[in-house]
Design a protein around this ligand. Structure first.
Ligand code: BT5
Length: 324
């Protein structure tokens, strides 16, 4: 049933602006014309607007406001990232659901997306503000065959994919603050939270949580975030389609991830460095146990931040909050 729906949306995607007749659709998805007609009625109920022209057929002219898996699928060009979407209107945290799904061996590239998170999480159990309909709150399940120590590289890879997607969709060049923030004009647009399921040194799955502020206005943020956070709407001045943004992230992510699996972290590191703001600057890194102040020299092959303090000692920082 849902496979048929996917094929139908794929057929509309491939057709672009052209019309598809009921007969042609039935051939493409391999079912009866009655079944096609039923599915088209269902799409209409979900808020899709379909234009039907006699002797020509159907085409989709408008997709629904609310984020739906179908809307994201329409126009998706990836092979496996985002091909399996688990959508919920409101959840505590998409990470929680993704952890449950990951344990059930869902295919790699499965994504959990919600329109709202009631208790979205940041690192170290901090809160992530995730109001309804305005942002992208999602968790991506991956199963790379890499040692545990390399998992943080995927956080950096994700940041690169997001910067590329923001650039494609809005024309704005965002910047990366090590390890997991994407900023525009110094304000946080995106946070990334990478979590693992592992046994001994074997990774079972990596769950990458991505939070992107898309259509919030300044007053939609709690007061304490108003100066620190921003959204694509605030920066661009016009609303941004969340579905389009999600598809673009999937596309860039898949490309980078395949490159990473094939060639390792080096090509990703080069891209990451070209977007990073903290490198070469004097900064403070607050780890769980200490505060290191010094010049950020760059990242290692593993994605670890190197800081040189006033005495010339080089510190390797695996996880910290950075103050510039
Ligand atoms: C992060 O943590 O930046 C990771 C955020 C990951 C969120 C995604 S959404 C989908 C998935 N499901 C989840 O439950 N989480 C993931 P961290 O570096 O610890 O930053 C957290 C801090 O960012 C907070 O303490 C606030 O100061 C600030 N913050 C909270 N909400 C924000 C927002 N919407 N925009 C910008 N900054 C925010």
């Amino acid at each position: 049933q849902s496979e048929l729906r996917k094929q139908l949306l794929d057929a509309f995607t491939n057709a672009g602006e052209s019309y598809l007749s009921g007969q042609r659709l039935a051939e493409l998805v391999g079912c009866s014309r009655t079944a096609v007609w039923k599915h088209i009625e269902e799409l209409r109920k979900e808020g899709f607007e379909l234009e039907a022209v006699r002797k020509k057929g159907y085409r989709i002219v408008k997709t629904p406001e609310k984020l739906t898996a179908d809307e994201i699928m329409l126009g998706l060009t990836t092979c496996f990232i985002g091909k399996n979407i688990h959508y919920e209107e409101s959840v505590e945290s998409t990470q929680k659901i993704a952890h449950q799904l990951a344990a059930k061996n869902v295919p790699e590239g499965t994504v959990v997306i919600a329109d709202e998170q009631r208790s979205g999480r940041g690192r170290m159990n901090r809160n992530w503000h995730s109001p309804k309909y305005t942002g992208i709150w999602m968790s991506l399940i991956l199963r790379p065959n890499i040692p545990l120590s390399k998992a943080p590289q995927l956080t950096l890879l994700t940041a690169v994919a997001i910067v590329q997607a923001i650039e494609e969709i809005t024309g704005i060049t965002a910047e990366i603050k090590w390890p997991n923030d994407v900023l525009i004009q110094g304000r946080k647009i995106t946070g990334i939270l990478t979590e693992l399921q592992a046994e001994a040194d074997r990774i079972h799955s990596i769950i990458i949580g991505i939070g992107i502020n898309v259509n919030q206005k300044k007053e939609d943020f709690p007061r304490e975030l108003q100066e620190k956070a921003s959204s694509l709407l605030i920066e661009k001045g016009t609303p941004v389609s969340r579905a389009e943004m999600i598809r673009s992230i999937f596309k860039h992510f898949e490309k980078l991830y395949l490159l990473y699996l094939d060639k390792g972290f080096f090509p990703i590191k080069l891209l990451w460095e070209s977007y990073a703001i903290s490198i070469g600057k004097i900064l403070k890194a607050r780890t769980l146990t200490e505060v290191i102040e010094g010049k950020a020299l760059g990242i290692t092959e593993e994605g670890v931040l190197k800081i040189e303090d006033a005495s010339g000692t080089i510190h390797h920082v695996y996880s910290a909050d950075i103050e510039l």
